[in-house]
Design a protein around this ligand. Sequence first.
Ligand code: SAH
Ligand code: DHB
Ligand code: MG
Length: 224
Amino acid sequence: MSESAQDGARDGDVWGRVDDYLEAALLPEDPVLAAALARNAEAGLPAIDVSPVQGRFLHLLARIAGARRILEIGTLGGYSTIELARALPADGTLVTCEYSPEHAAVARANLEQAGLADRVEIRVGAALDTLPRVAGPFDLVFVDADKQNNAAYLDHAIRLGRPGTVIVVDNVVRGGRVLAGGDPATDGTRRMFAALEQEDRVEATALQTVGAKGYDGFVVARVR
Ligand code: SAH
Ligand code: DHB
Ligand code: MG
């Protein structure tokens, strides 16, 4: 299998079929998430949301952390936002940063349909411009936007955290391309790993993942 097929393929791929099996075993039918994906597709958004089992992983992390305030960088149509916001208590809040007004409009509709609009605030604009006006502290931060700014996003996540804050960064392996770099996205992620090498404010690890969305990985970190 070519690297690009490993990275992106689903149909006929054992990773995708195992994800189907895990979804069937573990995840209940979810009309709200299904409707969100349908609306995303209808609106022409790229299908680069986290996978269903990854979304459930984020949800569980937020529950395990007892998160009451969550920050997300990179909303798209709000698929991961819904999973994270559902983990909040009734008085919890989530702030999500999205560059594209079109993506934000789709996410707003999906969050309304999910009954979560009252808990979620979408900050529209480049996250590097909107984050300086976001007030912390957050209990969990999910970084999933333009990868070339991952080092800066990690810095904001730490700054907006408190001891114990959980930070997750998506797409840090990209089919193994993180080894070489050479494009703006993986170079950005490599700068983030270089920063983590020197970073005293967090303890961090990274997990490689395979599944419906190919071969990739997450950083999981905890603010000291
Ligand atoms: N977290 C989503 C997927 C996000 S895809 C999910 O799993 O469902 C990445 C998103 O980041 C896209 O919607 C893209 O428009 C947005 N993005 C790209 N550059 C950005 C920037 N500079 N600031 C904020 N968002 C950005
Ligand atoms: C891309 C972005 C993502 O956040 C993701 O999970 C997969 C792919 C992308 O920009 O190609
Ligand atoms: Mg992602």
